[in-house]
Unconditional design. Structure first.
Length: 192
């Protein structure tokens, strides 16, 4: 197997494992078995679990940023709801990445300048949206507070849907996108 193909195979197996079981039980032996490669193969590209978590987070933030920029490029009458929906749908569709991206115990942004860059780029998408909505007189504190509130709402909703407690309490959502839009509207962040 070519080195690039081996790296991708190992990475895909790790993402799939994390999506199904969470990141805490991930082992190189399990990833190698799931990838159908020797138990030493993951070490050719990743020195340890932290290395694979960093690679997953970098890839996740890159995909996440593209998804958010694509959402904002659509002609939507409610960009806030569009962004909230994109955030939650990304989390649901990319659970393996999402379960790693925001976990400091798995990958410290301070230790990886490239990870810090891609994570900052994704957050800047939200900050730029908020800055545009609040206008030029808004202080940086107002912008950061609104961005933090919007991020918290999206992240909380995504986590509750992924881990199941929300649907255990309110029942299964017949249409998750409709639920996400309703939450955006009722939270006060909707622009319509």
């Amino acid at each position: 197997m070519a080195p690039t193909a081996l790296r991708e195979t190992v990475l895909r197996a790790a993402v799939a494992y994390i999506a199904e079981h969470g990141p805490d039980g991930l082992s190189f032996r399990q990833v190698a078995s799931d990838a159908g490669v020797s138990h030493q193969a993951p070490y050719h590209h990743f020195t340890d679990r932290k290395g694979i978590f960093h690679a997953i987070a970098r890839e996740g933030f890159e995909m996440f940023t593209r998804a958010m920029l694509d959402a904002l490029a659509r002609d939507s009458d409610d960009p806030n709801a569009e962004l909230l929906e994109t955030y939650v749908v990304f989390a649901l569709e990319h659970r393996g990445h999402f379960r790693v991206m925001f976990r400091r115990d798995l990958c410290s942004i301070d230790e990886d300048p490239e990870l810090a860059r891609v994570a900052d780029t994704s957050f800047d998408v939200l900050v730029d949206l908020v800055r545009g909505q609040l206008g030029p007189k808004a202080s940086i504190d107002e912008i950061r507070t609104r961005a933090a509130a919007m991020w918290s709402l999206a992240h909380g909703l995504a986590t509750l849907l992924i881990d199941g407690p929300l649907e255990n309490k309110i029942g299964p959502a017949k249409n998750q996108r409709a639920l996400i839009r309703a939450v955006a509207r009722d939270s006060g962040f909707s622009t319509t």
